[in-house]
Design a protein around this ligand. Structure first.
Ligand code: HEM
Length: 505
């Protein structure tokens, strides 16, 4: 479908839409449904008319061209950076060109796998404390909302990793303030008539108050660190960022730059993981066979003890489970880019300044690259079954130089929390609870995910130790001769996992 020809065609096909408005009303009503329908009708590149014309991009070859091969030509749109920077300032997400390169080489070392080991304990500890709190809910026979639970868990983990122990005193105020920042950015990004923050609407006043709380707290924590440099350069992410000099210029970050990076990490690293974990909770109920297999692996590898970073390579099926959850529910389901210069994509002319939306949700469900794309089938990510699949067919963290800097952190957190959940509880969706996707900045469950709990029994723990078939994820070294790898294809799962339905407005 990603054909090219020597003479560029004027522009991709697309729906006519309404006079002047084009597809604008459809986007407002239901963006995901509008994109999916247009992709089915028109193919891998679709042009939407309207006040802000949009080009939808879904094919792996086109994603590779934009994200990797011709990456320097495709920054975020100015409008995106302007709207997000009211909260995060000039951090990694909102900077471009040389300034972005400078920030990336200063921030990336703190997120390398070897720097992250110290955070595994925090992740397991926070997950354990949440599961202890769930005891009361379980005893009352009540239900809980996995989305709400995962939001507070991921915020606590991120804040503890950023600020170590200093977090607890500020937990309540920071939690609310971060939530308000996220909601504000979300509202700005989807609104056409976006009012500047100085206009005293209720939303703007609430946003500015929350930003003041965050600024005051973050600057205070930075000042405390500067007063006590003896606390260690690697105690937490804030210390690591403070002590990492730009390898090219030798410069350290100023207070303002540190503040912007901390805010960026809160915004980029909290809701994304929370959304994924809440979909994982849903899958733990909807996919009993895969869940049973994952639980079996957890008890074989860990028994009852908390997971550590050293355990992660052994938790191979959990890795596949997480990969498959991110395929079906990529939290950043679309990312925006705007070419600086005219370009050519799939044989079509793409003028400079076009608004491109790279829709990973559709890429992840394209039957050209995925068998039974709506099915939950973790083993599609084994080495054998991944052979021949284009690298850019799977892009939850996008790819190329500007991929997610928190990828290793996120994967570690997702696996540790999943393992902790499996050790303690069976999660069951409350019968009749509607599961409806809400495609905001992140892909959330519109009505939350209401679940009841059942404790894993001692008997289940002791019988879970039978050896499970070994699987080899695609990005791990090839097994040696005679390795007992399961090469068979998984049975297609019984229930469709795509809970996408028209919005119930
Ligand atoms: C499941 C979890 C996550 C997913 C799926 C995810 C996905 C992504 C994606 C798709 C981008 C590219 C956005 C764009 O270019 O428009 C991105 C960028 C970024 N992510 Fe993540 N992310 C996750 C978790 C995290 C975490 C835990 C952190 C940090 C603690 C983080 C920090 C960042 C930052 C700073 C960027 C900007 C990188 C740059 O522009 O150089 N993310 N993420």
């Amino acid at each position: 479908m990603a054909a090219t020809s020597s003479v560029p065609r004027p522009g991709p096909p697309g729906p006519r839409g309404l006079p002047l408005l084009g597809s604008a009303l459809d986007f407002r009503r239901d963006p995901l449904r509008t994109f999916v329908a247009a992709w089915r009708d028109h193919g891998d590149l679709v042009r939407f008319r309207g006040p802000v014309p949009v080009i939808l991009v879904t094919h792996p070859d086109h994603l590779k061209h934009i994200l990797a091969d011709n990456f320097a030509n495709y920054p975020h749109p100015d409008d995106f950076n302007r709207k997000v920077s009211v909260s995060v300032g000039e951090g990694l997400v909102t900077s471009e060109g040389e300034e972005w390169q400078r920030q990336r080489r200063t921030v990336a070392p703190s997120f390398r796998r070897e720097s992250l080991e110290r955070f595994a304990g925090v992740m397991a500890d926070s997950a354990g404390r949440m599961l202890d709190r769930w005891e009361a809910t379980h005893r009352r026979g009540a239900s809980l909302d996995a989305r709400v639970e995962m939001q507070s868990l991921t915020l606590e983990i991120l804040a503890r990793c950023l600020f170590r122990a200093d977090w607890s005193a500020d937990a309540l105020a920071l939690g609310d303030a971060v939530r308000i920042q996220l909601e504000h950015i979300n509202a700005k990004l989807i609104s056409v008539a976006d009012l500047p923050e100085r206009v005293p609407t209720r939303r703007n006043r609430e946003f500015l108050a929350a930003r003041r709380v965050l600024d005051e707290t973050v600057y205070r924590l930075i000042a405390e660190r500067r007063r006590h440099p003896d606390q260690g350069a690697d105690a937490d992410l804030l210390s690591m960022l403070m002590h990492t000099a730009d390898p090219e210029t030798g410069q350290l970050m100023t207070d303002r730059q540190l503040r912007d990076q901390v805010m960026t990490l809160f915004i980029a690293g909290h809701e994304t993981v929370a959304a994924t974990l809440s979909w994982i909770c849903y899958l733990l109920s909807a996919q009993p066979a895969a869940t049973q297999r994952a639980r079996q692996e957890v008890f074989q590898v860990l028994g009852d003890r908390p997971p550590t970073m050293a355990d992660l390579p052994q938790l191979k099926y959990l890795k596949l489970f997480v990969q498959e959850a991110l395929r079906l529910y990529p939290p950043l389901w679309q990312v925006a880019r705007m070419p600086l210069r005219d370009d050519r994509l799939g044989g079509y002319h793409i003028p400079a300044g076009s608004f491109l939306l790279l829709n990973t949700y559709i890429t992840h469900r394209n039957p050209e690259f995925w068998d039974n794309p709506e099915g939950f089938d973790p083993e599609r990510f084994t080495r054998e079954r991944s052979a021949g699949r284009p690298r850019y067919a799977y892009v939850p963290y996008v790819g190329g130089p500007r991929n997610c800097v928190g990828l290793a952190f996120a994967n570690m957190e997702l696996t540790i929390v999943l393992a902790s959940l499996l050790q303690r509880y069976h999660l069951n969706l409350v019968p009749g609870h509607p599961i409806v996707m809400q495609p905001d900045i992140s892909l959330r469950a519109r009505y939350g995910i209401r679940m009841t709990l059942r404790e894993v029994t001692a008997e289940e723990r002791s019988t879970a130790g039978e050896p499970a078939p070994v699987v080899v994820p695609a990005d791990e070294p090839a097994p040696g001769a005679g390795c007992p790898v399961a090469h068979g294809r998984a049975e297609p799962q019984q229930a469709p996992v795509c809970p996408y339905r028209p919005a119930a407005d």
